[in-house]
Design a binder for this molecule. Structure first.
Ligand code: FAD
Length: 363
């Protein structure tokens, strides 16, 4: 049949997620174009099945019971460059591997997403939580998102502004969660751009690479920044590597809390009067004062490498919870223990970053 997606039955979700957790999905449909997405939705509708949209599975945790419906995997390909003067519109199929997109853009001298190298998953998922790293976010360059509404099968285009992008947030995670399938995204990148290095850790690492890797102008090039980001990420197990057990994660499990100035002052005062010498690290952001969740977790008594059975904190990064052969239930129990510990110590409730499917979690 034309435009019929490939549908498999009883597929282990642990194989489709980077943290390798989750029982079986009743059905998994691999969709390589919008018509296949529509056909998969019709298949689910005829059987009264719930639908869950999935990309690379790097920000999702499924329950041990699995998913009793249809997992619609977006595998839509496509990468097109439309140059116009000093800018280039890059249109990307939602199923493209994000890191490959970054590599291809940097190779063409297009700047704007070079710091987002190594983030796992697909291009279509990048607007969902406005992915970001090392001072860059897709919000900076995203122009449009094309999407298909699950309920109606109708296509809709959102401008970047309409996506409501914020810190690890968008309308697709908020009021429109589960409503759309992103089918393609378009970025506006700059030709021959200088890399943007806003993050002190990245600036130091680039400087350490040495002058041999600089452009003739003495400036670091886009590709140097991309490679340095990958090196930094690898050192923290923040790129997926089957040989690295610390990378069996969903990346950061908790978001950095953002406080008002007033609340932050209260927290700082409380911390100071507790007789603790070290100051709480804090960074101003457009949303408020951002506190590194990793620091809170470690100072609440959960250092890197802490384990609970076959679940633990990565040995390389205090925010990554790692599966070492455990279960989703154990993972959630440990996450709740960390949330409670941080709340007891700092009065701050950490929010969970990944999407948890089929398990109740207090966010
Ligand atoms: C080691 C590691 C490091 C990470 N580092 C970072 C980082 O530095 N910065 C950062 O922001 N994130 C990071 N992440 C999180 C993750 O990689 C991103 O959120 C990524 O964009 C998820 O892409 P995905 O295709 O795997 O999405 P999935 O995990 O498959 O899905 C995530 C959510 O998006 C939805 N979704 C996915 N695709 C679509 C689509 N086409 N249409 C509609 N909804 C869709 C899903 O329904 C789900 O709700 C990291 C993860 C890991 C494992």
């Amino acid at each position: 049949m034309h435009d019929a997606p490939h549908i498999r039955e009883q597929v282990s979700l642990s194989e489709l997620t980077t943290i390798h957790l989750g029982g079986p999905a009743r059905f998994v449909a691999s969709c390589t174009n919008t018509d296949e997405c529509r056909a998969a939705l019709a298949f689910a509708r005829e059987r009264f099945l719930p639908v869950m949209v999935l990309g690379g599975g790097s920000n999702v945790v499924f329950s041990d019971e699995g998913f009793p419906g249809l997992v619609l995997r977006v595998e839509i390909p496509g990468l097109r460059f439309d140059e116009s003067g000093r800018t280039c519109r890059v249109t990307v199929g939602a199923g493209e591997v994000w890191d490959d997109v970054v590599t291809a853009c940097v190779a063409r001298g297009l700047g704007g997403i070079e710091c987002l190298a190594g983030i796992p998953g697909t291009a279509g998922a990048t607007p969902i939580q406005n992915v970001g790293a090392y001072g860059q976010e897709v919000k900076d360059t995203l122009q449009t998102v094309d999407a298909l509404e699950l309920a109606t099968g109708e296509e809709r285009r959102f401008s970047g502004t309409e996506c409501g992008l914020g810190y690890r947030w968008s309308r697709f995670k908020g009021e429109d969660a589960g409503r759309y399938i992103v089918t393609s995204v378009m970025f506006r990148l700059e030709e021959g751009a200088q890399p943007r290095i806003r993050y002190p850790e990245l600036a130091r690492a680039v400087a350490q690479e040495g002058s041999g890797t600089l452009l003739p102008s003495g400036e670091p090039g886009l590709n140097q920044v991309r490679k340095t980001v990958l090196r930094l990420r690898r050192s923290k197990s923040m790129v997926i590597d089957p040989a690295d057990p610390n990378s069996r994660s969903v990346g950061s499990f908790f978001m950095n809390p953002v406080l008002s100035q007033e609340k932050f002052e209260l927290l700082r005062e409380h911390w100071r009067t507790s007789g603790l010498a070290e100051a709480i690290p804090a960074y101003p952001s457009p949303e408020g004062i951002k506190i590194p969740a990793a620091w809170l977790v470690e100072h609440a008594g959960f250092p890197k490498g802490t384990r609970r059975g076959k679940i633990g904190i990565s040995e390389k990064h205090a925010l990554a919870l790692v599966n070492r052969g455990g279960t989703t239930r154990e993972l959630i129990a440990f996450a709740e223990e960390i949330q409670a510990g941080v709340e007891r110590m700092f009065g701050i409730r950490l929010s969970i970053e990944p999407v948890i499917v089929g398990e109740k979690v207090a966010t």
